[in-house]
Write a protein that binds this ligand. Structure first.
Ligand code: UFG
Length: 331
């Protein structure tokens, strides 16, 4: 198929773009490179990179070079919960306005198949954990609100012009792909696992945000899903899109690990001690977020196959191979 991958130079988008191109699809990546890295897709057969900001005027012109497109996978957007409190308008522009522009383009281009990167952030602080897709959407951050807004736009597009879409609600995407050749490189890095590994390598201390919450050891519980499993979920989602329907699926490991448990696992995998520093909870961080993944198992025939140790081992091999991340220094 001819595929447009928006945000395809980012951590998850590029992993999916690489996989789809390996399976023989023709992939056009559109990315403004504000957070993505051209190196994540450079020189890969079957992938072409167009540089464009979805929310800027003139998207039609920028995407004219894409040629005919049969399906869109949309990863583009800002992803840091904390930053979204400081810049809610920037988050709305990048995530909602950008998605609206991409949908308008897709409609005009005759695209009827769409896969969207949503987030566990749509649930806010769920009443029930593991959280099923049917739980109320009550985001507790501007970031989470933008993901709900885009899911609503997809529902509108399904109704108005017959778009078929799957929204994948990611839990904590982590780990590296391609034997550690590609991995997570956010600047600044806010995510736990890359921070832990950088600290293991350098001897610096990692903050633990919240140590007396309502969880077994007082630290936040999250559901860490290996990026390769997440990639596989996109392949299944693309096949599962049904015209005129929007379906949402949780994509997680289906089990949780506390911050302290992740630290212990990182120490085992790296053979190093990780220094920590107790800090107050981070704004917008629910105490516990774990996915109920039974719907994806049933309807997408998808199941995660890799655990926390594999996540950490692959991320460690990426970190050691590229301590500065893609070209230049990590933030
Ligand atoms: N944490 C620390 N210290 C750190 C970094 C993180 O204790 O230095 C904690 C956080 O408080 C959280 C857990 O480790 O409890 C995981 O934090 P991450 O930043 O790695 O991931 P989040 O769970 O905050 O964010 C993820 C996705 C977001 C998504 C969010 C939904 O990265 O895109 O889940 O809540 F919105």
């Amino acid at each position: 198929m001819n595929l447009l991958v928006a945000g395809g130079a980012g951590y998850v988008g590029s992993a999916v773009a690489r996989r789809l191109s390996t399976s023989g699809h023709r992939v056009v990546v559109v990315d403004d490179l504000s957070a993505g890295h051209a190196e994540a897709v450079d020189g890969i057969r079957g992938i072409r990179l167009l540089r464009a900001d979805l929310a800027a005027p003139g998207l039609d012109r920028a995407l004219a070079a894409a040629g005919p497109v049969e399906a869109v996978l949309h990863f583009a957007g800002k992803i840091a919960v904390g930053e979204s409190f400081a810049d809610p308008e920037g988050y709305r522009r990048a995530n909602v306005t950008g998605s609206e522009a991409l949908l308008a383009w897709a409609r005009a281009a005759g695209v009827r198949r769409f896969v969207f990167s949503s987030s566990a952030g749509v649930y806010g602080t769920p009443e029930k954990v593991p959280v099923p897709e049917s739980a109320p959407l009550r985001p507790v951050s501007p970031y989470g609100e933008t993901k709900v807004a885009v899911e609503e736009r997809l529902a509108g597009a399904a109704k108005e012009w017959g778009l078929g879409a799957v929204a994948l609600r990611y839990f904590n995407a982590s780990g590296a792909t391609d034997g550690g050749r590609h991995g997570e490189d956010h600047r600044p890095e806010t995510h736990l696992i890359p921070r832990l590994l950088a600290a293991a390598a350098s001897g610096s201390a990692v903050p633990i945000y919240g140590t007396d919450g309502p969880t077994p050891d007082g630290t936040c519980v999250r559901d860490y899903v290996h990026i390769e499993d997440l990639v596989e979920a996109h392949v299944r989602a693309l096949d599962a899109v049904r015209p005129g329907e929007v379906r949402a699926f949780n994509v997680g490991a289906g089990s949780g690990a506390s911050v302290r448990e992740v630290i212990a696992a990182a120490e085992r995998v790296t053979g190093r001690t990780v220094r920590t520093k107790d800090e107050p909870p981070r704004r917008g961080d629910p105490p516990s977020l774990v996915a109920d993944i039974s719907l994806a198992a049933r309807e997408l025939a998808w199941k995660p196959t890799r655990g926390l140790e594999e996540i950490l081992a692959s991320a460690w091999s990426w970190h050691r191979g590229r301590p500065g991340g893609y070209s230049g220094r990590r933030g």
